[in-house]
Design a protein around this ligand. Structure first.
Ligand SMILES: NC(=O)c1ccc[n+]([C@@H]2O[C@H](COP(=O)([O-])OP(=O)(O)OC[C@H]3O[C@@H](n4cnc5c(N)ncnc54)[C@H](OP(=O)(O)O)[C@@H]3O)[C@@H](O)[C@H]2O)c1
Length: 320
């Protein structure tokens, strides 16, 4: 038996092993061994039910592969995510082929049951019929009869969609309902909705370089026991994101105190250690990025004092 197999075997035996093994076995390809980096992922409970979720999931607004190679790379990420014991996959009808690609990949991999699918809906011009049709279409593309989380995308449709979403939830077609934004200009409205609607989740932009949500949305969600997904944990995919600001710069020595071995781990540990945050959903199209990001939640997370130190460090060195 090779060293690699021994390590894998030991990991499977000591962790949530049975689950991991069966999930991996469900990957019909059988062309890849499980990832080497095994270890329990940090989880948090969904406030409304207590269901535990790994605190890092997958954002898929870049899941419209242009080549077979790009598609294979995304398949590898989707398979490895659930094989490692993480669940949340965030998508939306607005993300071009994302829902369709995910539906096909999950059917091929056989991991729909292990995944927690969060998609979105809008009601343009407050047209409820358009929203209803969009939900049907999402379920068809995702090849699923139930959605784990259905979110009103960027608050587009909050005047008309809630009764329908609540009805879908009561019928068991949707397990959780929520709202999203990625813009500070919508945070105040989001707080109003947290305080006036029966929500399971909100999804909001938050990172070490963009902490506005911590002033309003995050405390409101914590107080009302609403779960929180975090989008743009790295400041997005474009130039100007957190990675571009630290390019070529070393981590501070004390990053080792929280087990951060890369800038992405430094950024993610900061985000998921906020008490209101349930799951961060970084966009990832590369297996190396998934492994790096899951490693961030296999070790220590910063406490309040360390979070304050990270903020001060960022503001002194990288706040443009
Ligand atoms: N209003 C809304 O509801 C809303 C708005 C925006 C976003 N979202 C959701 O939030 C998700 C996350 O946002 P986002 O993807 O735009 O931005 P993001 O998560 O802040 O950044 C994603 C970028 O980080 C890179 N990356 C990931 N892990 C890395 C690592 N370990 N090292 C180096 N680079 C790494 C990715 O590269 P690779 O792709 O090459 O792996 C990608 O370019 C979206 O995918 C979407 O699901 C929702």
């Amino acid at each position: 038996m090779t060293r690699r197999r021994e390590v894998i075997k030991a990991g499977l035996a000591t962790l949530a092993g049975a689950q991991l093994a069966s999930v991996w076995a469900a990957d019909k390809s059988k062309d890849k061994e499980p990832p080497l980096r095994l270890g329990p992922l940090t989880t948090k409970p969904v406030p409304s039910t207590g269901e535990r979720l790994a605190v890092v999931g997958l954002g898929t607004n870049n899941y419209s592969p242009a080549t077979p190679e790009e598609r294979a790379a995304r398949r590898e990420v989707v398979a490895a995510l659930t094989a490692a014991g993480a669940q949340v996959i965030d998508t939306a009808p607005a993300y071009r082929q994302s829902e369709e690609v995910l539906g096909e990949l999950m059917a091929d991999i056989g991991n729909r049951k292990q995944a927690f699918i969060a998609t979105k809906v809008t009601a343009p011009e407050d047209d409820l019929a358009k929203g209803k049709a969009m939900i049907e279409e999402s379920m068809r593309r995702l090849k699923t009869d139930t959605l784990d989380l259905l979110q009103i995308h960027s608050l587009n449709g909050v005047n008309v969609l809630f009764p329908h979403l609540n009805e879908l939830k009561s019928k068991g077609k949707v397990r959780y309902i929520g709202i999203t934004t990625s813009s500070g200009s919508q945070h105040a409205r989001m707080v109003e909705l947290i305080n006036s609607q029966p929500l399971d989740f909100v999804q909001v932009d938050y990172s070490l370089g963009n902490r506005a949500a911590a002033e309003s949305v995050l405390p409101a969600a914590l107080a009302k026991r609403v779960g929180v997904l975090i989008n743009l944990p790295f400041g997005g995919r474009r130039d100007g994101n957190l990675f571009s600001r630290v390019a070529g710069k070393p981590l501070p020595d004390w990053a080792a105190d929280i087990g951060a071995k890369s800038w992405s781990q430094f950024f993610l540990k900061y985000v998921v250690s906020h008490p209101a945050v349930t799951v961060a959903i970084p966009g990832m199209t590369k297996i190396a990025h998934l492994e790096d990001n899951l490693d961030a939640i296999r070790g220590r997370l910063p406490d309040a004092a360390m979070r304050a130190r990270m903020e001060k460090f960022w503001d002194q060195n990288y706040d443009a």
